[in-house]
Ligand binder design. Structure first.
Ligand code: 2NL
Length: 408
């Protein structure tokens, strides 16, 4: 037993041989001296465990303190948020407060992050408190926002007086292009006579555009200067007749059809020409169809389009796909045929080309010319539109100037 002198503290801390920090308890002896207690207490392992326990105690105490602190801080934060929300004089200021407290880098979000410093057993309670605080702040903000909205509405109602006697603003909607109006008019007339409207491709085989229409290989219409060729066999259609050739090939007879659509020719732009324009072609195939049927049909068409007094004149002409062929003039609807500036003094206006279908065309499209005959015609849509609306330059139809278009 080691005898040591009386010391004031019953504990002694020291560094023995660098192994560990030794915590050496002494026990008080009867005669006022102290003695060390048993050896196992010097065991550094035991002592270290004790120390850890001590630290742990301290740590949990500290965390307890953190939990307490967080409650206070949350309360303080809620109070501060309340004050700021109450003081916000604009929705923008309110939004600033929202960002400061609830934003990604806001104070409450930071508090939520520091929840990991709280003792695990306190975390649910503190976490709930954070959430409750967030809800409280959100509710206050929502109230304030509604308040702003209400005030704004009240102010608007006071200042924005509506005069219900003012005339309404006219909404300016567009309308159909003169070409479309003319096309629909022509379609209406022929549908009324029992015709079908058929459409076909704008990119065509030369075979359908020329060969089957009795336009042989060496015909000038095939010239590259007149037609847009894609290659030897394919081109941009120069007329809508290929649509009719395709219909004849289907072999469903009789045929009563019109084929409206865009066509292409290699022309320079001027007042009466364009490389892309529109055609409406008509075709009737049945047993016993004669030139008289063609005349009757086109006379009726002219009267419907230009008025019941309109007269027609059939002048002999040549087309490769019809025989006989004719060009048709109508009596001038401006002067009634007397002659004026509009008809250049002649009293007549040319409107279309027509004829009875050439037997070669019928044969090449699979129809027996001994059994069936037919007539066909072709009219330029732009020509009809220009005449109908007394427009003297075709280019106006393509320029899309609203000041021009809105007149029709
Ligand atoms: C014109 C002349 C015309 C045709 C087109 C036609 C079509 C077939 C058979 C026979 Cl499939 N003919 N079409 C006939 C005569 C004249 O158009 O000056 N158009 C603007």
């Amino acid at each position: 037993m080691l005898r040591v002198k009386q010391v004031e503290c019953p504990f002694f801390y020291g560094n023995l041989g660098g192994t560990a920090v030794i915590f050496r308890p002494l026990c008080r002896l009867r005669d006022g001296f102290f003695a060390c207690i048993k050896d196992y207490l010097y065991n550094p392992k035991v002592l270290l465990r004790k120390k850890r326990q001590e630290q742990l105690l301290l740590f949990t105490q500290e965390r307890g303190i953190i939990a307490m602190e967080m409650k206070d801080r949350l309360q303080e934060l809620a109070n501060r948020a309340k004050r700021l929300i109450e003081e916000a004089e604009s929705p923008e200021k309110l939004n600033d407060a929202r960002v400061a407290f609830l934003g990604k880098k806001g104070e409450l979000t930071a508090m939520l992050k520091s929840l990991r410093d709280v003792a695990p057993e306190d975390r649910p309670a503190v976490g709930q408190l954070v959430n409750e605080t967030r809800e409280r702040i959100e509710a206050m903000m929502e109230d304030s926002r509604k308040n702003f909205e209400k005030k704004l509405l009240e102010q608007k109602l006071k200042t924005e007086v509506i005069d219900v006697t003012l005339p309404a603003k006219k909404s300016r909607i567009g309308h159909r292009h003169p070409n479309s109006i003319a096309l629909e008019e022509v379609e209406r007339i022929f549908i009324g006579m029992g015709y079908e409207v058929v459409e076909g491709p704008e990119v065509e085989y030369a075979d359908y555009n020329f060969t089957k229409l009795n336009i042989p290989e060496d015909h000038p219409a095939r010239d590259e200067q007149d037609t847009f060729f894609i290659n030897d066999k394919i081109l941009l259609r120069s007329q809508t007749s290929p649509v009719q050739a395709r219909t004849m090939e289907k072999g469903i007879l009789p045929i009563r059809m019109i084929a409206p659509g865009r066509v292409f020719r290699s022309d320079e732009v001027d007042a009466t020409h364009s490389p892309s324009f529109h055609q409406i072609e008509g075709l009737v195939i049945d047993k016993h169809i004669t030139f008289a049927d063609l005349k009757g049909t086109l006379e009726e068409f002219a009267r419907e389009l230009f008025g019941p007094e309109t007269k027609t004149k059939f002048r002999p002409h040549h087309f490769p796909f019809t025989e006989p062929s004719a060009e048709v003039d109508v009596s001038c609807f401006k002067c009634g045929g007397k002659g004026c500036r509009f008809c250049k003094g002649s009293g007549w206006i040319e409107i279309l080309g027509c004829g009875t279908v050439h037997p070669n065309v019928l044969r090449m499209c699979g129809i027996d010319p001994e059994e069936y005959t037919g007539f066909a015609f072709g009219v330029g849509l732009e020509r009809i539109a220009l005449l109908k609306y007394e427009i003297d330059d075709m280019r106006l139809l393509y320029e899309n100037d609203a000041r021009f278009l809105k007149q029709f």
